[in-house]
Ligand binder design. Structure first.
Ligand code: HEC
Ligand code: HEC
Length: 287
């Protein structure tokens, strides 16, 4: 009697345990491991705000408000995971977007699958109205700067308040390249246009998504004034000092200089020849 009751209790708990495990297994299968909209929000602030707003307009890339409604979920997941591969494969949506955004490709940010799923969950939450959109800088937030001060900061004549290295240590820009700007980073002559103006560029500098820039500026951030002055300088560099045009007067000067040298040399040698001849003539007269 007691034995059979024990047996049925054991059986019941076994069945219960099996059911529990099955239920656990199903939930694990259904949702990617550990995805969370909270993690998505944190990642978005770290990796994406340099180029995207959600509801505050275009920056370097499109405003992501409503993106989970205008794109398929599978497309979003693959795009955020590896935009470089999608572009290389000639994906039609990606190709069209690239053209609309000044041919500036979104970089591969090296995210894992869980992080990508969390970002999409976060974007979905915002579009569904269950999560508040982040407050991000807009174009109006960048004040008018002084391009002369900006140039001094860029070249290192003036130091950055938080101790960052001068931009020219790694970058050339406009005509300044000829004077020995660094070559570690790309030439910045067209950066202002490429990033869609001051707001886009400041967004990039505030949270650089690329390795070297991030390593340098996340520890020694630029102040708002410094950014504004640098923007004014980079804008003037884009507008006036294209590197090729800056080289033309240099070449002309070099040619003119060479011509003057030739003329002077000829005059000099002719005079010397004349005096040598004169000396020879006098000498022959004496002898
Ligand atoms: C360096 C700038 C940059 C960074 C950083 C960046 N993006 Fe982008 N993103 C772009 C650009 C530019 C486009 C437009 C397509 C193109 O030109 O490659 C784009 C397009 C997109 C699109 C498609 C938008 C649409 O309208 O269909 C999504 C979604 C997206 N990015 C999400 C993200 C997320 C999420 C992050 C952060 C993990 C991120 N991006 C980081 C520049 C960036
Ligand atoms: C220690 C070297 C270094 C310094 C200093 C530096 N940069 Fe950079 N920068 C780079 C490198 C390298 C890249 C290429 C992307 C990367 O690896 O971060 C880059 C990329 C950039 C880009 C993106 C260019 C493009 O064509 O997409 C901009 C804009 C930029 N830097 C602006 C600046 C400004 C403004 C300063 C000064 C406040 C500065 N950088 C100082 C190394 C540097």
């Amino acid at each position: 009697m007691a034995l059979s009751r024990l047996r049925s209790i054991a059986l019941a708990s076994l069945v219960f345990a099996a059911l529990l495990m099955a239920a656990l297994f199903i939930t694990v299968e259904a949702a990617p491991p550990n995805q969370s909209a909270d993690e998505g929000a944190t990642l978005f602030k770290e990796k994406c705000v340099g180029c995207h707003t959600i509801g505050s307009g275009k920056l370097v890339g499109p405003d992501l408000k409503g993106v989970t409604q205008r794109q398929e979920k599978a497309w979003l997941l693959s795009w955020i995971q590896a935009p470089d591969k999608m572009l290389a494969a000639g994906d039609p949506i990606a190709t069209q977007l690239l053209k609309e955004y000044n041919n500036l490709p979104m970089p591969n940010l090296g995210l894992n699958e869980t992080q990508v799923a969390s970002l999409v969950a976060y974007l979905e939450g915002i579009d569904a109205g269950t999560i508040a959109a982040p407050v991000l800088p807009t174009a109006a937030a960048v004040p008018e700067g002084n391009s002369v001060i900006g140039k001094e900061l860029f070249t290192g004549v003036n130091r950055f308040q938080n101790g960052g290295p001068p931009c020219m240590g790694c970058h050339s820009v406009g005509g300044l390249g000829a004077l020995g700007g660094g070559a570690l980073g790309p030439d910045l002559t067209t950066a202002f246009d490429k990033y869609g103006g001051a707001a886009g560029l400041v967004g990039f500098l505030n949270a650089p998504p690329t390795a070297t820039m991030n390593a340098v500026w996340s520890r020694q951030p630029l102040t708002a004034d410094e950014q504004a002055n640098l923007m004014a300088f980079l804008q003037s560099a884009t507008a006036t000092e294209r590197p090729v045009e800056a080289l033309v007067p240099l070449t002309v000067l070099a040619i003119v200089g060479a011509l003057i040298l030739i003329v002077v040399a000829q005059l000099y040698w002719r005079k010397r020849l004349v005096s040598v001849r004169r000396a020879m003539v006098t000498r022959s007269r004496i002898s």
